[in-house]
Design a protein around this ligand. Structure first.
Ligand code: NAD
Length: 392
């Protein structure tokens, strides 16, 4: 079929198989150009099909020849409809890894469940023996807790008082004002349940108990801090509480296992998760313009190459006062933050394309779904039903 983008609000409900492959191959080239022989060798990536998890998998595989097992929750093609972007990304990643002689297998299912944890452990036992790096990169709006069977939902809300700021309708290119009412205590608790550190700990306990965690292994989960303008809805909001719990979990994992667990604070990038956060897409559009002008712009893959090569496996973690890895250092640079803050009060729908890199944001967003890639013929009839190579 001929696949065109169909955008609904902040998601695109179609994905292009060849475009996703082109995007994955672009990231592979970045990883290959930064080889690190001291990197991880056997890696489990939980949340490996899009965004930061996918790029970490690519950086480990193509930067350090690592064997990778990826876990994700994606929609294969059904009834002739295209699969989700993460499905095509994973197909393309596996294909490229196998071509390069690298082990790559994937498990599609709910990472929060006991069944998927057991399946991952069986696969590691059978194929890899043990893993030396566990990457936890889930972003999910809900979680069913396997112990009580209850489903919890996360919300993106401020705490204590309502928050009003500028936001961007990325579909229409309109800047407007949004007011978000504060979360209830139950909403805060449920967001921590979904996006906090509990499930990361459950994974690490299960892996260690099964004897598939290599002695002295490393583990990393991702967080975000960002500028003060977004603090009420992010860092000081419900999601920020969950991220604090991830920091608690990092210390608990390091205490409980022969494993160094870290939180890496990453930079703001366009992903399916970040495009759903109010205010953040407007900030990202301005940030892109500022960082591109300074020559410090990075996407997920550049961030993850730097995280693995320079920090986690580069001998220089550069931890902050709370023990976190700060790979958001260039974003948080004083000059960059000042330049964004100067533009913020001025920006409007009319000045959006002048004062920000909104077109860069849009291109990035479309690329997440495999659209707008150079060398891909979007008028060509393409096969949308594609199996994961490792499933065959
Ligand atoms: P993303 O939406 O691109 O990726 C989420 C991944 O989680 C996908 O692989 C998806 O399949 C998987 N997933 C979701 N629910 C699942 C489930 N139940 N079972 C198995 N897999 C599941 O998100 P992202 O932006 O790359 O976020 C990853 C992490 O990075 C999050 O912790 C996020 O807070 C953090 N982070 C993101 C940004 C940003 O700007 N996007 C910045 C800093 C930190």
């Amino acid at each position: 079929m001929i696949v065109k983008p169909r955008i609904r609000g902040f998601v695109c409900i179609t994905a292009h198989p060849k475009g996703c492959e082109a995007k994955v191959r672009e990231e592979i080239e970045v990883a290959k150009a930064a080889k690190n022989p001291n990197g991880p060798k056997k890696v489990l990536v939980i949340g490996s099909s899009t965004g930061y998890g996918l790029s970490t998998r690519i950086a480990a595989a193509f930067g350090s020849d690592a064997a990778t097992l990826g876990i994700f929750f994606e929609r294969p093609s059904m009834k002739g409809k295209p699969a989700s972007a993460g499905w095509y990304n994973s197909v393309s990643f596996e294909k490229a890894a196998h071509e390069a002689g690298l082990y790559a297998k994937s498990i599609n299912g709910d990472a929060f469940s006991n069944e998927i944890k057991a399946q991952a452990i069986e696969t590691i036992k059978a194929d890899l023996g043990q893993v030396d790096l566990v990457v936890y990169s889930l972003a999910s709006p809900r979680r069913t807790d396997p112990t009580d069977g209850e489903t919890y939902k996360s919300v993106l809300k401020p705490i204590g008082e309502s928050y009003t700021n500028r936001t961007l309708d990325t579909d229409k290119g309109e800047v407007s004002e949004v007011t978000i009412e504060p979360a209830s205590q139950e909403e805060i608790d449920h967001t921590v349940k979904v996006m906090g550190g509990e499930d990361w700990e459950l994974w690490m306990n299960a892996l260690d108990e099964a004897g598939v965690l290599a002695p002295g292994a490393k583990s990393v989960a991702y967080s975000y801090i960002g500028p003060e303008i977004t603090w009420p809805v992010y860092t000081n909001g419900t999601i920020g509480q969950a991220k604090k719990d991830v920091e608690r979990a990092a210390a608990a994992i390091t205490d409980a296992h022969d494993c160094e667990a870290y939180v890496a604070v990453n930079k703001a990038v366009v992903t399916q998760a970040s495009s759903a956060i109010p205010v953040v897409p407007l900030y990202i559009s301005i940030l892109f313009k500022v960082m591109k002008a300074k020559g410090t712009h990075e996407d997920c893959i550049e961030q993850m190459v730097r995280l693995l090569n320079e920090r986690l496996y580069g001998g220089d973690l550069q931890l902050d006062e709370l023990g976190r890895i700060r790979i958001d250092d260039w974003e948080m640079h004083e000059d960059v933050q000042k330049a964004v803050a100067d533009v913020w009060p001025e920006i409007s729908s009319e000045s959006l394309n002048v004062l920000s890199d909104f077109s860069g944001y849009q291109n990035n967003f479309l690329k997440l779904f495999g659209f707008g890639l150079r060398g891909v013929d979007y008028n060509e009839d393409v096969e949308v039903e594609i199996d994961l190579p490792s499933a065959g």
